[in-house]
Design a protein around this ligand. Structure first.
Ligand SMILES: Nc1ncnc2c1ncn2[C@@H]1O[C@H](COP(=O)(O)OP(=O)(O)O)[C@@H](O)[C@H]1O
Ligand SMILES: [Mg+2]
Length: 407
């Protein structure tokens, strides 16, 4: 990980905002990289508001431009006309934000399950916490980005409410919650996430990112790829969510967008964290971390572990170099039930994505091709008796490292 900081990042508590966010504009209590381990900014200081408004206007002008030209969805015109809701409608949908409808809480605010009265549709309603860690800018960017996007691997924004001080977002409800809930939540369901499911989730998330990078016009850098933003539908269909930090990619010959550093510790590319130069390869790095979480079952940052194991990428780097150690990286919960070749290939993809040099990281299209292939290679423990008889558990050496497929 080089000199990339390893601060913060407890993601276990469902009732409190998870995963420390990075914001380079905040200079109090800086750590070694001049980046405070805080969650996102509150848009309240005057100059900050001005800057944010300009940025929002920037984004809006992009959407207006395409509006005027009335182009096709791939070319950026709003394809998902978000509905507007009154606050009363959303109070009604959630039974006045009843505690039993509470789904979770992030930097933006609390999320509730609800039912729309007119259509009986089940939705997830996210309410901006005025004292929270994100602000109006994220709200606006979220609405604009999702209004211009339409893809099976991006969560659908049904509408929003902007009444008085209230800011709420209404999404399609994702019945299986977030990937983070499954991997590291209060009631982890890791056992349900077998190898095939993990590869399916990774491939789905990659397709969502490919849409943002390669299909949207203008292309979009996501900036917030992490387990809690990968939501799961029926049959573990993965969708990316939370586009409040998204940025329109560099235009013309430019390779990067200069911006303050925002993201989540453990997922943020070291080059972006150090220079503030955001590229599509910053998302690829975050994707590699998320894939590594899926393979290992470990958190991107885990402060409960020993120093050497707190940062997932730093822990994995030396292991990536030695195929004989690959078995040590796989999630022990899988109890040896995974394809050896598949593991090697998945680790190889992750290792390429988290390379220190951004230009060495693959393009998302190549990641999609590789993961679609991996997800199509269904592993069946019953057809692989050798594999199941060599179950490995934490700290116990498995004999699978004697097999050395090409990666
Ligand atoms: N569309 C949705 N459907 C179902 N659950 C959701 C949805 N959006 C968010 N959630 C739940 O609410 C929690 C908080 O979401 P969010 O505000 O995006 O914060 P974070 O991304 O930091 O977890 C998520 O972890 C997830 O469990
Ligand atoms: Mg989220």
């Amino acid at each position: 990980m080089g000199c990339f900081p390893c601060a913060g990042g407890d993601s276990s508590a469902k009732k409190s905002p998870k995963n420390k966010r990075i914001d380079s504009n905040n200079h109090k209590n800086n750590d070694q990289l001049n980046i405070k381990a805080v969650d996102t900014v509150k848009v309240e200081q005057c100059n900050e508001v001005k800057k944010e408004t300009e940025q929002i206007a920037d984004q809006t002008s992009v959407s207006n431009r395409f509006d005027e030209k009335n182009k096709s969805p791939e070319e950026g015109s709003p394809v998902n006309k978000a509905r507007t809701f009154t606050y009363a409608q959303l109070v009604n949908a959630t039974d006045n934000f009843k505690a039993s409808y509470f789904l979770g809480e992030g930097g933006f605010g609390k999320v509730y399950k609800g039912k729309l009265e007119d259509s009986d549709q089940i939705v997830a309603i996210k309410q901006l916490d005025p004292n929270g860690l994100q602000g109006i800018r994220e709200f606006v960017v979220e609405v604009i980005t999702l209004s211009m996007a339409d893809h099976p691997n991006l969560v659908k924004l049904i509408g929003y409410c902007a009444e008085g001080e209230q800011r709420l977002l209404v999404y399609e409800y994702m019945p299986l919650g977030s990937l983070e809930d499954h991997l590291h939540g209060h009631r982890p369901h890791k056992k349900l996430l077998d190898w095939n499911t993990r590869m399916k989730i990774a491939a789905g998330a990659a397709r969502g990112l490919e849409y943002l990078h390669d299909k949207m016009n203008p292309p979009v850098i996501y900036r917030d790829l992490k387990g809690s933003n990968i939501l799961l539908g029926e049959d573990y269909h993965a969708k990316l969510s939370d586009f409040g930090l998204a940025k329109v990619g560099p235009l013309g010959d430019k390779t990067h967008v200069s911006t303050r550093v925002m993201g989540t510790y453990g997922y943020c590319a070291p080059d972006y964290a150090m220079t503030g130069q955001l590229t599509f390869k910053s998302d690829i790095y975050s994707f590699g971390v998320m894939l590594l979480e899926l393979i290992t079952g470990r958190k991107a940052i885990d402060n409960t572990k020993s120093r050497e194991e707190q940062n997932l990428v730093a822990w994995a780097r030396p292991l990536f170099k030695d195929r004989r150690k690959f078995w040590q990286m796989v999630d022990p919960v899988l109890e040896g039930e995974y394809p050896v070749r598949g593991l090697y290939q998945a680790l190889a993809i992750s290792a390429m994505c988290v390379q220190e040099q951004p230009n060495m990281r693959p393009l998302i299209a190549d990641v999609v091709t590789a993961l679609n292939y991996l997800a199509s290679q269904k592993y069946d423990p019953l057809v692989n008796p050798v594999q199941t008889s060599r179950r490995s558990s934490r700290g116990q050496r498995s004999s699978i490292d004697e097999k050395k497929p090409d990666v």
